[in-house]
Design a protein around this ligand. Sequence first.
Ligand code: F6P
Length: 360
Amino acid sequence: MKKIGIMTTGGDCSGLNSAIYHIICGANKRGWATYGILDGTDGLVGDNPNIIRLDKNILPPEQAYIAGSFLRNGNVGQNNNFERAVQTNRVAQFDKQLKKSLAATKLDALILIGGNGSLSLAWKNRGIYSDMQLVCIPKTIDMDIPLTDRTIGFDTAVSQLTHFCDDLMLTARSHHRWFVVQSMGRRCGMLALTAGLAAGASAILIPEIKFDVDKLIKHIKSADNDYGIIVVSEGISLRGHSGEPATMISRKLTAAGIVNRTAFPEHVQRAGNTTPNDRLLAMQMANTALDAIANNETYVMTALQGDEIVTIGLDAVVHAGHTERDPNITNLTISNATVDDENPLLVAANDMGIYIGETK
Ligand code: F6P
């Protein structure tokens, strides 16, 4: 009987519990035992390694679709955690302890459900996982992991942000005013773009596309409406200005006589009941991850490519996309997917007269 572990790391998102639930179901069907590591890598280097036996009764289907991770993602309050190890230059000791604790679990395979930071780190420190198979499942609301058409959590985040904007649209109309809504997404504008279009935003600013504030102002002033939504991604910047992007844009609009308010949905974008699309993606990725274990694959990530879920090497993932150095961890580069010029949503947005910056 194989013994497999599940670990959720990095920021949470909706869909993690769905993935965990389906891994438990699929492993059970294959006659394997599943274990959950609590609090990600922090849970393994704490005083008592936090690992629990999982079965379907622990996470029934009616609880599998709520947001957050039932296994939790890390313990910032714990003395010996990853963040503190980074701050105090003790990453090498942290990694050594992690390898020792993992070896003690005697797992045959580990399914790591993580974002691009966790995947890059796992590949950089792959020796930690050399005693077992490592299969990763991509999750993030940012949609910034290369080589997969979707990440778990993105669809629910789009839904959360869209509904947030829908609500604001009504109060905007009542007061003849504009709302500048700041989305999450780090350096990737996919969440802002997708939810902004779904909500009927008049303008969407994303880090990948240069914009001109004067043209934005002209666009808003010449709009048919005297109210609406402008979505700005948290990754944009405005030369000569500092502060939150939504606040910078709002000040410019106010100075031009456009009545507006800012709104910050913040971590609500990571919450909300998992959408059916995310549940299905989680189920398919869980299934492919289990198949990969059965096929003796290791250092791979599940990915949606077209209509198919495949596995691709972690080395390919961490070398694809736009790579940048992590500001806090020595010698760690993180690869980011971004919205490219040919993205069909961008093209359609342009054709619909939505201001999305100075596209070609
Ligand atoms: O990567 C997910 C994400 O929600 C980003 O969109 C955001 O910039 C960041 O995490 C927020 O991190 P924290 O929860 O540490 O504030």
